[in-house]
Unconditional design. Sequence first.
Lengths: 111, 113
Amino acid sequence: GESVGLHLPTLSVQEGDNSIINCAYSNSASDYFIWYKQESGKGPQFIIDIRSNMDKRQGQRVTVLLNKTVKHLSLQIAATQPGDSAVYFCAEGGNTGKLIFGQGTTLQVKP
Amino acid sequence: DSGVTQTPKHLITATGQRVTLRCSPRSGDLSVYWYQQSLDQGLQFLIQYYNGEERAKGNILERFSAQQFPDLHSELNLSSLELGDSALYFCASSVVGSTDGYTFGSGTRLTVV
């Protein structure tokens, strides 16, 4: 069936370190991927996206890497801050309008 | 504020009851999507409407239904509620029918007791 999964349910990092959150997807035909951040009591918030014709995309302090060969997606957060503490989801999207979400990784930032 | 408004924020109701969740999309967005987030299932797509018409259906139970009105707001109706329906229900909107520019609301937390 369809699935977009994350490797680790929880990631704990020291403030100032870089964070890497991983995601594996199963549908090799997928052409659009998004990372969302969800803070407690809020809806998912868009972080960054990438299309399948790219392998890297950078935003402010965030980078998404896409490896289509192994169907792997990662989110890198530079200089992680306490405000980055949240649950991070990767999602697979496209023209259908439907997003398929992974289970989420909880990022804990230690001061 | 994402621009997508969901009401109510919290809802507590008894088993067997019926509730209606409301979503107002971001200004200019024609598509509305509903998602259910439970602890053991993550975020699951329920249904999509585009400019008043149903466009896609996910794992939505027959006890659940939705509609999008001419002013583009949408309602999700949940009936014959069961304990397992307790979850966060999110609405998202986008300009067109794809996942580009998806914006989520802050959700409605439904508790069935």
